[in-house]
Design a protein around this ligand. Sequence first.
Ligand code: NAX
Ligand code: K
Length: 215
Amino acid sequence: MTQAITVEESRELDDKTINKIGIPSLVLMERAGLKIYENMLANPDLDLSNVLILAGTGNNGGDGLVVARLLATHGYKVSILTVGNPDHASADHKAQARICDYYQIPKVFMDANFDKFTTLVDSLFGSGLSRNVGGDYATVIDKANASAAKIHAVDIPSGLNGDTGEEMGTAIKATSTSTIAYPKVGMLKEQAKPYTGTIYVDDIGIYRGNTFENE
Ligand SMILES: NC(=O)C1=CN([C@@H]2O[C@H](COP(=O)(O)OP(=O)(O)OC[C@H]3O[C@@H](n4cnc5c(N)ncnc54)[C@H](O)[C@@H]3O)[C@@H](O)[C@H]2O)[C@@H](O)CC1
Ligand SMILES: [K+]
């Protein structure tokens, strides 16, 4: 874990990889989801007997939905709680949601009892977090932190500022986090440890430049 990048750099790298280099975004999302799923299987601190995916409507939520599908297709019990308006979801999130519907992965709603789940996957917000967390998002984050379930976060624990390592209103306290491509600078600060837990860094095909002259 030698290099860390800012949240803005991570967004620029995503954009370059998709729009300049030409790797389709759904390919990156599939690779991210597969790595996250493998990290969860490899983590002895997580009990995957009853998993709930907490999905926002952006691409962080899309990553979470890939994990939902991989768990379901490998015989794990998994449900999805979507927070936010699915009609306004990102295109890649909508594509993943249709696949989850094909597999009839059960959905739960805001009144769900989180204590009955053994692991929660936090895919509410990643690098797109741009303001303090409130409303249903804050309710779900606080309920997740207060529950008996362990939490595995996708990319950045939701509500954590990836640059400063500080809470933006409220933030997920994860047992472990799968961060995509590179850790974000704020996640490596001492104060961020209770939020990130153990950090896995997932190579999904997004790299900083200087490998080739034309970069
Ligand atoms: N296609 C790509 O660019 C890739 C994206 N990936 C994942 O996608 C994430 C980034 O996805 P997005 O850019 O869709 O953003 P997020 O999914 O992090 O956030 C979704 C949206 O939430 C809204 N939002 C921000 N702060 C909010 C707040 N406080 N309350 C309510 N809504 C708020 C914003 O409009 C934001 O676009 C990464 O962290 C990573 O997990 C990975 O799948 C790798 C490839
Ligand atoms: K997250």
